[in-house]
Design a protein around this ligand. Structure first.
Ligand SMILES: [Ca+2]
Length: 150
């Protein structure tokens, strides 16, 4: 009996240690990833939720280097569709401003983010984007690329 208990106890300790390690990993990832810097330098990115995250993950984003003509064809990494859903945007470009549009193919109302800027909450008018764009974006491109960019 004692041997069984010791065995169980040992297993429990192993499981507990694994659980603690897992939680530490998850906790670290959650803390570190909820930032605009999860968008790679030179890219522009969108996230579904405010504060540069999608369902708690900073790396669940949609990124583009030159342009993205139609958000309907993209999902936030491992998550839901990117169209008409962005609540955070970041221009991590180092050369150019980036413009975000409410319709695909760079049409409809738009706003422009200077290089290196972002807006962590599109549902308010503070930050670098004006109000009225939350859950509406459908395309975006860096300046210097034409409306034929795909
Ligand atoms: Ca805002």
């Amino acid at each position: 009996m004692n041997a069984v208990l010791r065995c169980l106890s040992k297993s429990t300790r192993v499981v507990a240690a694994a659980f603690v390690a897992l939680m530490a990993t998850v906790g670290f990832a959650g803390t570190a990833s909820a930032a605009a810097s999860d968008c790679p330098s030179t890219y522009a990115c969108t996230w579904r939720d405010a504060n540069y995250q999608t369902n708690g993950s900073g790396t669940a984003l949609v990124k583009f280097f030159a342009c993205h003509h139609d958000f309907r064809v993209s999902n936030y990494t491992g998550m839901s569709n990117a169209n008409d859903s962005a609540s955070s945007v970041s221009n991590r470009g180092t050369q150019s401003s980036a413009t975000f549009y409410v319709d695909n193919l760079y049409k409809g109302a738009s706003f422009t983010l200077a290089k290196g800027t972002g807006d962590g909450n599109l549902s308010d008018s503070s930050g670098h984007a004006p109000g009225g764009f939350n859950d509406k974006l459908s395309s975006a491109k860096f300046s210097g690329y034409g409306t034929d960019c795909r």
